[in-house]
Design a binder for this molecule. Structure first.
Ligand SMILES: [Zn+2]
Length: 309
């Protein structure tokens, strides 16, 4: 497989208060892991800044205006309970979008089979009109809508294995059957949504919650019995991954006990699906993952599987 990795040093410039888990060190830890010779063939690309109009593919104009109003000229501003902005945060968030849409372009033009966007801030908690849970703009939702508008994708599937439910993505696609949203996550846990009976207006939402202290077998079972059959049935022409790595057993924010190999396994299953209906096209976006060692190991194995097919 040809795999592109989108990165940009501006992602390190989105600041957070001391002790905040969603910190620049996360990307530094991943970068260190990517120095291994295993990643010599990974094509590393500088993510371009995305146009502000791209935000409107998934968000209300008022949301964009609100985020821009919240960006301070200096120091740090609290946007909501868990989400902070510093002067470069808007540029970082727009560059995350820019990387995501550039990756969508690359897989549809045949310049890559798949891609990973190593961006922060993350996106999956951002609702149509709400900054939430470290997230400004919903990168994966914008990528899905962009693929539909720019490349004629008819059915886009989003798989979200971040340990927190992707409430923002669910909110945006609740009544849009052209997008299938499948999520595994811990319940009870922030943000509190993601019950099995939240199915969207056309059964286009598939939530597979896991109980605290679930491990590899529970996760793989949820994938085999809920996520994979829904994807097989949907036959996406693009597969997007909200790739959070906070279900790793070392992660401090949740109580799921996955190991790095689980992310390798899940990636392999999604590569099979994408090979059958989507011309291999997978675009994976970094969401959470707050233990530096767990994140580096898990994301490394995920990217390595994308490269090896
Ligand atoms: Zn998370």
């Amino acid at each position: 497989m040809t795999t592109k990795l989108y990165e940009n040093t501006v992602f390190l410039e989105h600041g957070v208060p001391g002790g905040h888990p969603e910190r620049p060190d996360r990307l530094k830890a991943l970068n260190l892991a990517l120095e291994h010779p295993n990643f010599a063939d990974l094509e590393r690309v500088e993510a371009p800044i995305g146009d502000e109009d791209l935000v409107l593919l998934a968000h209300a104009e008022e949301h964009l205006r609100g985020v821009k109003r919240g960006i301070p000229d200096e120091d740090i501003n609290q946007l909501e309970a868990d989400t902070y902005a510093t002067p470069q945060s808007l540029v970082a968030a727009l560059t995350g979008i820019g990387g995501a849409v550039a990756a969508v372009d690359a897989v549809f033009k045949g310049e890559a089979d798949n891609a990973f966007i190593a961006a922060r801030p993350p996106g999956h908690h951002a609702e149509k009109n709400k900054v939430m849970g470290f997230c400004f703009f919903n990168n994966v939702a914008i990528a899905a809508r962009y693929a539909q508008r720019a490349h004629g994708a008819e059915r886009v599937a989003i798989v979200d294995w971040d340990v927190h439910h992707g409430n923002g993505t669910q909110d945006i696609f609740w009544d849009d059957p052209s997008v299938l949203f499948c999520s595994t996550h811990q319940i009870p846990l922030y943000p509190g949504t993601g019950a099995k009976d939240e199915t969207g207006v056309r059964n286009n939402i598939v939530n597979a919650p896991l109980s605290p202290n679930s491990g590899s077998e529970h996760f793989r079972d949820a994938f085999r019995t809920r996520v994979l059959p829904a994807l097989e049935n949907f036959r996406p022409d693009l597969l997007l991954i909200s790739a959070g790595f906070d279900a790793h057993h070392r992660d401090p924010l949740a109580q799921i006990n996955l190991v790095g190999e689980d992310f390798d396994w899940a990636t392999g299953r999604l590569i099979d699906i994408a090979g059958r209906s989507a011309g291999n096209r997978i675009v994976s976006l970094l969401e959470g993952g707050y233990d530096l060692q767990g994140l580096a190991e898990s994301a490394g194995l995920h990217i390595l599987r994308l490269m090896r097919g």
